[in-house]
Design a protein around this ligand. Structure first.
Ligand code: ZN
Length: 260
C-alpha cells in the first residue's frame, strides 16, 4: 500500500502547497514541486523543507521523542534549522521559520547563495568550509591540504589535517565551531527550548567541532540556558531526511486519510 510520496527538499517550502519559494542551493524560485510530482507520479505528494523533515523524524523516532520544545540545526551542504514549539513544528508565515543558516554573522563576509554576505552558511556548511579553505590555499597559505587535488578536499580531510595540527584547517574549523556555537546560543536565548539537536555531515565528520561548538555555546548563552538545555547530536544520521519525508505522509494520512 502506497499512501503517498513524501519529499524533503532544501529551501523555503510553502506548506502544505509544496511550492519551493526559494532554494539558494538549487537556484530555484517558486517551483511547484508538489503539483509537478503529483502530475508525474499520479499519487498524493507532500513536500517540505529537509530540516523540518529531520525534525519530524527525530521527534517521532529519534533523540527528541520526549521533548516538546526543540531547536534543530542541520549542517550539511547548506545550514538549515527547524523549531518545534510545544510539540508542533513551527513553519512560520512563508515556510521559512528556522532558516538560521542565513543569519548574518559577518556583514562584509563572503557572498552567500541567498544574495547576502557573511551568512552563517558561508562559514559552516560543507560547501562553505571547502570554499573558505580553497580561497586561503589560492592566496598561498601553507597547508598540508595544498598538495591535495581540489576534488579530494572534504570535511573528513579537513578534520584530519586539523587533528594533525595544520594551522589553516584548524582555523577554518574553529571559526565554523565558534559561529555554530553562537548560533545555538542565540537560538536558545530566542526560543528557550529544552533540547537542541544538531545533525548533518559537518557535525558527524568535523572532528572536535561539536565539542568546540558546545564550549562556545556555554560561554555565550544566557544563564537560564546554561544548565537547563540539552545540546545533543541527532541519532538518525543520513536516514533522517528519508524517514522524515515518510513521516510527513503518515502524519497527514493519520490526520485526514487521503481520498481514493
Ligand atoms: Zn545566505
Amino acid at each position: 500500500l502506497v499512501l503517498g510520496i513524501g519529499m524533503a527538499i532544501p529551501g523555503m517550502v510553502q506548506w502544505p502547497q509544496g511550492v519551493n519559494l526559494f532554494s539558494p542551493n538549487y537556484g530555484w524560485r517558486n517551483v511547484p514541486v508538489r503539483a509537478l510530482m503529483e502530475e508525474r507520479l499520479g499519487r498524493p505528494v507532500l513536500a517540505d523543507n529537509e530540516v523540518r523533515a529531520v525534525a519530524l523524524a527525530e521527534q517521532q523516532f529519534g533523540v527528541a521523542r520526549l521533548a516538546r520544545t526543540i531547536v534543530f540545526l542541520d549542517v550539511g551542504m547548506g545550514v538549515g534549522g527547524a523549531v518545534v514549539l510545544d510539540g508542533n513544528l513551527y513553519r512560520g508565515v512563508h515556510g521559512a521559520a528556522g532558516e538560521m543558516g542565513h543569519n548574518t554573522v559577518e556583514p562584509n563576509g563572503p557572498l552567500c547563495g541567498c544574495g547576502n554576505r557573511g551568512c552563517l552558511e558561508v562559514f559552516c556548511s560543507v560547501r562553505g568550509l571547502l570554499a573558505r579553505t580553497a580561497e586561503a590555499l589560492v592566496q598561498g597559505r601553507p597547508s598540508v591540504l595544498a598538495d591535495l587535488p581540489a576534488e579530494e578536499l572534504s570535511v573528513v580531510r579537513l578534520a584530519q589535517a586539523a587533528a594533525e595540527g595544520d594551522d589553516l584547517a584548524r582555523e577554518v574549523l574553529t571559526r565554523a565551531a565558534t559561529y555554530l556555537g553562537l548560533a545555538v546560543a542565540n537560538a536558545v536565548d530566542n526560543w528557550d527550548p529544552e533540547l537542541v539537536v544538531l545533525s548533518g555531515p559537518v557535525i558527524r565528520e568535523g572532528g572536535d567541532l561539536f565539542e568546540k561548538l558546545l564550549a562556545e555555546e556555554q560561554r555565550t548563552v544566557l544563564e537560564t540556558g546554561r544548565a537547563g538545555v540539552r545540546v545533543t547530536r541527532a541519532v538518525l544520521d543520513e536516514h533522517a531526511k528519508i524517514i522524515g519525508a515518510a513521516t510527513l505522509v503518515m502524519a497527514e494520512y493519520l490526520a485526514a486519510p487521503f481520498a481514493g
